[in-house]
Write a protein that binds this ligand. Structure first.
Ligand code: DON
Length: 566
């Protein structure tokens, strides 16, 4: 055990376990033999390694990472939000868990419209009406109960998070910066300000950040399970805040919340099989459509991020997002023609609409709003071959900015993911239809795309290849697709695949969003000649991935971990 522990600790402390001489260290991902964890925040990653070292499996470790992220990455990690798991058991069976937030029972289709019938973003993003009924706690506990090894108790898998909340963790430069950037907003709300800016000050990098109220909530959950959150004093504080300040979530909403196990979206891409999340996430269907549209093209020959490659990929994105925005919603409420959208015949027909060598067109739409956004994706693979991909979110960074008094956690503003007014853009500029209109008890459509890829063997068996996903609203799915293409088509290692600059198109607005160094001047010129317009963003998506490298090495990389270690 000790040497195993040291091996894992070495991975955590250096971020990589270098194999000197074998590889070009500047482009190395982290390597490990005994299990791998990647997340957006190093102390949460360490929580996952700690649980693997204690004998937990990928699900146990993922639960530990999830609770730890609620402490160390409060802008996105959460217990007041929701998310999705895609899990592969060592025997190759793949399952998913939907712990997406739900519209409260009192939610109505027009709840975010002002007197002119226009959606009011302040209501759907900042106020207490913005919060859906949280699913994270029920989801993480269910993952531990159903997919955990059975060797570690709830108290054990939650111990690292409780310790980090109680004893604190050193403020990273990134967290410090985020606290500076959000001071005007978050510093003006109580008790948020008291939690994030103790004594009115911005915590300095390296100082210990403690969250005693959050620790108390986590202890209550560790002791009582879901009742520790959905009934009892934590629920009382949440409901009291709601009724005091015009929110809708009631005790009944909380007590009724249940995560749902759903069939994964599973499809072939060449010799790979891909498993991803179905409705109420759009991720799996959009990913299946995009890769299906791209399958026959000689992508490798076209060249990574070349004008010809970008043309094919963008046109596939345009078509898939057009379907997403029109057809998709929570299938418990809205009929979604799933089989049709995924059928080879339909995808072949749609491919004939992809113009080659020139830009297609989407009707013009108003641009989305630029806001600081946060979701977070994490991956765990254990030494038995179990794999967990989880994406979780509060939607906006720090959700609606409201900490539940006495309970120390942030509430989501996920209600903005519904179409507040069908045909009008939401915070991501997504123009969605009635399939995703607000209804009581309904889950809002998501783009989260936790994904597992296997290689299909000649005998039909499957070997784990890749666990991946991202944050970034609608760019989540296109980011995940680019990581799949980068590894499976272009032969990149997992670090190169995550680090490679990305681009994104979502049907409307009809522009390619790109990172500053995605295209050379010449490629950008060619794409402009084809009729494409660009918008630049410093970063598209924030990804995290684990790949089984040649020789069976587990290799991992994450945009966030890179930043966290700097
Ligand atoms: O579920 C969704 O698609 C969004 N609520 C995700 C939000 C997000 O990724 C924000 N940012 N990084």
């Amino acid at each position: 055990m000790t040497s195993f522990k040291h091996l894992l600790l070495a991975s955590v402390l250096t971020g990589v376990l270098l194999l000197p001489g074998l590889l070009d260290a500047r482009r190395n991902p982290g390597y490990s033999v005994a299990g791998m964890v990647t997340s957006a925040e190093p102390y949460a990653t360490a929580a996952g390694f700690e649980i693997l070292a204690a004998g937990g499996n990928a699900a146990d470790a993922a639960v530990a990472v999830g609770f730890a992220l609620a402490v160390t990455f409060p802008n996105a990690g959460n217990i007041g939000g929701g998310g999705f798991l895609v899990y592969r058991a060592p025997d190759g069976t793949v399952s998913t868990l939907d712990f997406r937030e739900k519209g409260p029972a009192a939610a109505t289709a027009g709840m975010f419209l002002n007197h002119l019938g226009e959606p009011d973003p302040e209501l759907s993003r900042r106020g207490l009406l913005a919060s859906g009924v949280p699913g994270s706690v029920a989801g993480l506990l269910e993952i531990h109960r159903r997919r955990g090894s059975g060797k570690l108790t709830r108290e054990q898998v939650m111990a690292p998070a409780i310790r980090l909340a109680e004893q604190g963790f050193p403020v990273s430069y990134g967290f410090h910066e985020s606290l500076i950037n959000n001071k005007e907003w978050l510093g003006s709300i109580e008790p948020t300000a008291r939690v994030l800016y103790p004594e009115g000050k911005i915590p300095a990098p390296g100082s210990m950040f403690r969250q005693p109220e959050l620790a108390a909530t986590l202890k209550e959950i560790a002791a009582k399970g879901r009742d520790g959150f959905y009934t009892g004093w934590v629920a009382d504080s949440l409901v009291a805040l709601m009724s005091r300040e015009g929110g809708l979530i009631t005790h009944d909403d909380l007590a009724a919340y249940r995560p749902v196990e759903r069939q994964p979206i599973s499809f072939r891409f060449r010799d790979k099989r891909i498993f991803s999340m179905g409705p109420p996430s759009s991720g799996g269907i959009v990913l299946a459509q995009m890769l299906g549209l791209l399958e026959p093209f000689k992508l490798k020959e076209l060249g990574h991020n070349s004008a010809a490659y970008t043309n094919r990929v963008v046109e596939a994105e345009r078509l898939a997002y057009a379907d997403r925005n029109h057809w998709l919603g929570d299938m418990d409420f809205t009929p979604v023609p799933l089989a049709g959208l995924l059928s080879a015949e339909y995808i072949d027909n749609r491919r004939s609409l992809m113009p080659i060598g020139r830009a297609g067109s989407s009707r013009l739409a108003p641009p989305g709003h630029a806001e600081h956004l946060e979701t977070t994706h994490y991956c765990v693979v254990d030494s038995m071959g179990g794999a967990a991909a989880i994406t979780t979110t509060l939607n906006g960074g720090y959700g609606n900015g409201r900490v539940v008094p006495g309970a120390g956690f942030f509430l989501n503003n996920e209600m903005d993911d519904f179409s507040a007014a069908p045909g009008k853009p939401n915070m991501f500029g997504l123009v969605q239809g009635t399939a995703n209109k607000i209804e009581p008890g309904k889950r809002m459509l998501s783009s989260m795309t936790p994904t597992i890829v296997t290689t299909v063997q000649p005998d039909g068996g499957e070997k784990l290849l890749l666990v991946a996903g991202a944050a970034g609203g609608p760019t989540i799915t296109t980011t995940t697709m680019q990581i799949i293409l980068n590894t499976t088509v272009f032969g990149m290692n997992v670090r190169e695949a995550v680090d490679a600059p990305r681009f994104h198109h979502q049907h409307l607005p009809d522009v390619i969003t790109r990172e500053p160094d995605t295209f050379s001047a010449e490629t950008a010129g060619r794409l402009r000649e084809m009729g494409y317009e660009f918008r630049q963003r410093n970063q598209i998506g924030s990804a995290s991935a684990i790949m089984v490298a040649p020789g069976g090495w587990l290799s991992g990389w994450s945009d966030g971990a890179g930043a966290g270690w700097k």
